[in-house]
Design a binder for this molecule. Structure first.
Ligand SMILES: Cc1cc2nc3c(=O)[nH]c(=O)nc-3n(C[C@H](O)[C@H](O)[C@H](O)COP(=O)(O)O)c2cc1C
Length: 181
């Protein structure tokens, strides 16, 4: 099962990317799971003019996202909370596609500097996932105070969050396997 992890902050010092990398690290050793990370900063798309399907002249990066999305069996979106929602860069990227999400399991991990862990971003993303016909896993993972979860070398040091992340990933894999049967 190919799981696409989408890293949703385009900021140079983004903290949520550390969570996306951690998700990749934890999925990589698992049998029958092929994770791949797609990053809105590393493969930026231009401001949306047309969805991929109707685009007269798709960029290289658009082709890249399309190819990966077509191969995806499931998606995990890792989003920062920016002003009470998910990032503009993430929405701009996701909006280039539509049928690519249809009937595919989608899981949400939200990340914030504050105590609420990106709950508002997660709830806004739920609407997106349902709107594009994804199979949304109802439970999402929030990540409060992300700046305190890692040490200076980028190692996740918060045991409690680490357990919650494992539990979420386990639950998402089970959900996706059931949905992909
Ligand atoms: C434009 C902007 C708006 C933000 N708004 C919120 C917010 O509404 N709630 C919150 O808890 N944190 C907010 N933050 C802090 C981010 O949650 C924090 O930077 C966190 O690390 C996740 O975003 P990042 O991956 O871009 O770093 C905001 C940050 C930026 C840059």
């Amino acid at each position: 099962m190919k799981i696409i992890i989408i890293s949703g902050s385009a900021r140079p010092n983004r903290q949520s990317h550390k969570i996306a990398l951690e998700v990749l690290k934890r999925l990589e050793p698992l049998e029958n799971i092929q994770p791949a990370l797609l990053d809105v900063r590393e493969k930026p798309l231009p401001l949306l003019e047309s969805i991929y399907r109707n685009h007269p002249n798709p960029t290289e990066n658009m082709h890249h996202w399309k190819k990966e999305f077509d191969q995806a069996d499931a998606f995990i979106i890792v989003s920062p909370e920016h002003n009470g929602s998910y990032s503009g860069a993430l929405k701009n990227t996701l909006d280039h596609f539509f049928e690519e999400y249809n009937n595919k399991p989608m899981g949400i991990i939200a990340v914030s500097a504050g105590a609420l862990g990106g709950t508002n971003a997660a709830m806004a993303l739920q609407h997106f996932c349902l709107k594009v016909g994804g199979l949304l896993m109802p439970a999402f993972l929030i990540t409060p105070k992300v700046q305190s979860l890692f040490d200076a070398d980028g190692i996740l040091i918060d045991e409690s969050y680490s357990k919650r992340l494992d539990k979420f990933l386990h639950q998402f894999i089970e959900f996706s396997q059931r949905m992909n049967k």
